[in-house]
Design a binder for this molecule. Structure first.
Ligand code: ATP
Length: 283
């Protein structure tokens, strides 16, 4: 049997860091949502008991370091599954971009193999398993707009934000989340206003969502990569209603309510950066 799953990219509408924990992780509060830029995964059953990940990417390993591999291995181990699986990943989500591609692939593996192997696990059970592999995986398992707290693994689903267009712009650099977190100086940083963001989402208030976008990691990545700061300015100058960096970057996104405006932004950014995508917020 062959089965398919789509793995959407995520963007952070808000990313706050509240402190450093004793386990080495940071305590975060993140509002995340998904956009219609997808990796596609194809699952083929194998007779032999092994996991095979196939993908064409210079930047992503296909061995046991791949998050999709780890997700399949975790399911096999926990539920004693002896069947083998081949997972083909067609990547469209830029890698190390702050768009959560690896976590989303892992979540898609958990969802897909749950169906293929008729495990009947709930999203919460899959999310718990995913949390052991990566902090953003529980959000990706649920796949809806959510508030993520703790180290990012505690998920509270939120209503869908007002529908809008998202213009993703990325320079040809990868940013490691670890480096960004290591360089984050928590003393005296301005924090985004979570309550106002939640209210704006609840009210489907597009202007309110745009006004309350915030990411405490922006200052670190923009400092490390001044070109990203320039790209952010350009996104603002081109008239995006809201502008923010997603995750630890370097992707900068702009929010607009009209498709024509999204395409104007696209035209203004093409040639200025290496990758631009016009996508819809999925909610
Ligand atoms: P994060 O903020 O978690 O770093 P990101 O969106 O910035 O996420 P990803 O594209 O998920 O970055 O990749 C981060 C790292 O994970 C890269 O070093 C990559 O090699 C590794 N990785 C492992 N599996 C995958 C996968 N299936 N897809 C993408 N990256 C993967």
């Amino acid at each position: 049997m062959v089965l398919y799953e789509k793995a959407p990219a995520k963007v952070n509408l808000l990313l706050d860091v509240l402190g450093k924990r004793t386990d080495g992780y940071h305590e975060v509060a993140m509002v995340m949502t998904t956009v219609d830029l997808f990796d596609r995964l194809e699952f083929h059953e194998l007779k032999e008991d092994r996991i095979e990940v196939l993908l064409e990417s210079r930047f992503v390993p296909s061995d046991e370091r791949n998050l999709a591999y780890k997700a399949a291995a975790a399911l096999k181990k926990k539920y004693g599954i002896k069947e083998g699986i081949q997972i083909k990943i067609e990547k469209s989500i830029p890698v190390s971009a702050g768009l959560g591609g690896g976590s989303s692939d892992a979540a898609a593996v958990l969802r897909g193999l749950n169906r293929l192997w008729s495990l009947n696990l709930s999203n919460d059970e899959l999310a718990d398993l995913g949390a052991g592999i990566g902090s953003d995986i529980p959000f990706c398992v649920h796949g809806r707009t959510a508030l993520a707290t703790g180290r990012g693994e505690k998920i509270q689903e939120l209503p869908s934000p007002p529908p809008c267009w998202v213009v993703l712009a990325k320079l040809d650099i990868g940013v490691s989340s670890r480096t960004v977190f290591e360089n984050l100086e928590l003393d005296g940083i301005p924090h985004p206003n979570l309550e106002r963001m939640l209210k704006a989402i609840e009210d489907k208030d597009f202007a309110g969502v745009c006004a309350n976008l915030g990411n405490v990691l922006e200052c670190v990545t923009l400092d490390l990569h001044p070109d990203v700061a320039t790209l952010r300015k350009r996104m603002e100058q081109l008239g995006a209603t809201g502008v923010l960096m997603s995750g630890s970057g370097p992707t900068i996104y702009g929010l607009v309510s009209q498709e024509a405006k999204a395409h104007r932004l696209y035209n203004g950014l093409r040639g200025f950066c290496d990758e631009v995508h016009v996508v819809r917020m999925l909610g």
